[in-house]
Design a protein around this ligand. Structure first.
Ligand SMILES: Nc1ncnc2c1ncn2[C@@H]1O[C@H](COP(=O)(O)OP(=O)(O)O)[C@@H](O)[C@H]1O
Ligand SMILES: [Mg+2]
Length: 115
């Protein structure tokens, strides 16, 4: 992955990016799409939070993957997934974008199950 930022600043973390309401909505849609893709590819991030998400040029980026786990072989993968979703759902709810955690969790588990 390339460096995200410009010559003066690294891309801000979502927690620090001071997005407006429209951008928060976009960030939420993009995050959910990324999580569908990630679980579909067989991984749970396992350290997901607004500090491991960057916002750059209207796009969200997931970073900091060293503790990512295999969704099919790690016995704790779904626990980590639930914790990840709790972190980001809490952050988005505080910023005016409710995400239905249980629905998203069920959807992602179903995606994992089709692997
Ligand atoms: N602005 C950025 N552009 C691209 N990748 C980044 C950027 N900031 C951080 N990363 C990537 O995310 C990894 C973890 O960053 P960070 O969350 O700051 O580390 P930690 O939480 O371990 O202190 C970095 O090693 C780097 O690969
Ligand atoms: Mg980090």
């Amino acid at each position: 992955m390339q460096f995200l930022g410009d010559t003066d600043h690294a891309a801000p973390r979502l927690a620090e990016a001071r997005l407006g309401a429209t951008e928060i909505g976009r960030a939420r849609t993009q995050l959910v799409d990324n999580l569908r893709w990630l679980v579909g590819a067989g991984f749970v991030h396992a350290d997901l939070s607004a500090y491991n998400l960057l916002w750059w040029e209207d796009e969200i980026w997931l970073i900091d993957f060293p503790q990512a786990v295999d969704v099919t072989t790690n016995p704790h993968a779904f626990d980590y997934l639930h914790r990840d979703l709790g972190n980001v759902c809490t952050w988005f709810a505080r910023h005016g974008e409710a995400i239905e955690l249980d629905d998203l969790y069920a959807e992602l588990i179903a995606i994992a199950g089709t692997r």
